[in-house]
Design a protein around this ligand. Structure first.
Ligand SMILES: [Zn+2]
Ligand SMILES: [Zn+2]
Length: 122
């Protein structure tokens, strides 16, 4: 793995912020790395392909990148905040249901985050 791929992988693995390519780019710049945004995208694509990270597309916004370890997401439809949730793995249940081996699945649960909930009830 190249230097940038290693740095990007480490950044994603040590964060639960669901960084976007732009945020990763800015952080690398802060560390005085001479890198262009296209290089960040290339490395992200390669890391996704190698299944070292996963891409998290969010409607109406840029893709986010996340750790590969199994977990699911709550996504706030108001502000787009992404929160990790650790639910049981339902691959076996899905496999039984579709009568085919389920390789992976993505669960995005839409619900208001606490802040947006508060604003609503004010
Ligand atoms: Zn929200
Ligand atoms: Zn996550």
């Amino acid at each position: 793995m190249g230097k940038y791929a290693t740095m990007i992988l480490e950044m994603i693995n040590s964060s639960n912020e669901h960084l976007t390519a732009e945020q990763i780019y800015l952080r690398l710049k802060e560390q005085n790395e001479k890198i262009v945004l296209a290089t960040v995208y290339n490395n992200l694509n390669a890391l996704v392909q190698q299944q070292r990270i996963r891409r998290l597309p969010v409607e109406g916004g840029p893709d986010h990148y996340d750790r590969i370890v199994r977990h699911d997401h709550l996504i706030c439809p108001q502000c787009g905040r992404i929160t990790d949730v650790y639910l049981d793995d339902i691959s076996q249940y899905l496999t039984d249901y579709v009568h085919k081996q389920v390789l992976s699945y993505e669960l995005k649960i839409s619900c208001l985050c606490e802040e947006c909930q508060k604003k609503l009830t004010k």
